[in-house]
Design a protein around this ligand. Structure first.
Ligand SMILES: CC(C)(COP(=O)(O)OP(=O)(O)OC[C@H]1O[C@@H](n2cnc3c(N)ncnc32)[C@H](O)[C@@H]1OP(=O)(O)O)[C@@H](O)C(=O)NCCC(=O)NCCS
Length: 206
């Protein structure tokens, strides 16, 4: 093989490696979170959790456009690549349903209405290649801030979610202060009271 041909091939493959998202310099400062839209490349979203991956690819935008959920994606700069996403939806937990007891305070406060209103955080996931770089924490902080804003317009008790496993539950508890539902047998049904959210956020951000 002529030397130049080998050199060209090496140059080409080096260029391919450089173009791979994994090899790009990652800058968390460039990541922002915005409402899901047509421009986002959802089909390229890969996640270690198949349910979360497939919801992004197949359902997130349709459900968003139907107002079943409101979905938000993490992107870097002007890129339409989806680095991570989550959705919010309104929900309520019936008082008297022992599995869904949040805590003693919610039982007392919502005794008359028999249901505890909450914002539900679903499908939070980060692209496999970008996990462990802070994007999940950015998404969670965005969800917490949006919940604070919703609380200025409609009554709600907490931001609630279902953790996928104990390790993730420990992350939500340790980093953000989520607690397990009092009625939870697994500890994976979790909530963060709105009063704690509002107390922790800087004044004027809700
Ligand atoms: C869970 C997830 C959203 C976190 O996002 P991320 O960008 O990787 O997280 P961050 O980089 O902001 O934070 C990393 C922290 O998450 C914790 N963490 C993330 N995933 C974890 C897991 N599966 N087990 C234990 N800890 C985990 C780590 O302890 C780490 O803590 P540290 O910063 O103190 O080292 C992301 O890892 C993910 O998409 N996982 C697969 C899908 C999933 O399980 N989603 C949760 C559904 S409830």
């Amino acid at each position: 093989m002529p030397e130049s041909a080998g050199t060209n091939r090496e140059t080409e493959s080096a260029a391919l490696v450089a173009e791979s998202p994994k090899e790009l310099e990652f800058d968390l400062e460039s990541v922002h979170i915005e409402p899901i839209a047509k421009k986002h490349k959802r089909s390229a979203f890969v996640c270690t959790n198949g349910t979360i991956q497939n919801y992004c690819r197949n359902n997130a935008r349709q459900h968003n456009d139907d107002y079943m959920v409101r979905a938000f994606v993490a992107c870097s700069g002007d890129s339409p690549e989806v680095l991570g996403y989550y959705y919010l939806a309104l929900t309520s937990y019936k008082i008297g349903d022992s599995d869904n007891r949040l805590d003693d305070r919610s039982d007392v406060k919502f005794d008359r209405s028999k249901a505890v209103p909450a914002v539900y955080l679903g499908m939070i996931g980060v692209h496999t290649d970008y996990q462990g770089k802070g994007i999940g924490s950015l998404l969670m902080m965005d969800a917490i801030q949006r919940t604070a804003k919703i609380s200025q317009h409609a009554g709600l008790y907490a931001l609630a979610l279902d953790a996928v496993d104990e390790a993730v539950a420990a992350y939500y508890s340790g980093k953000f202060g989520f607690k397990s539902f009092k009625g939870s047998t697994t500890g994976l049904e979790m909530f963060l009271p709105i009063l704690e959210i509002l107390a922790a956020l800087p004044r004027g951000t809700a």
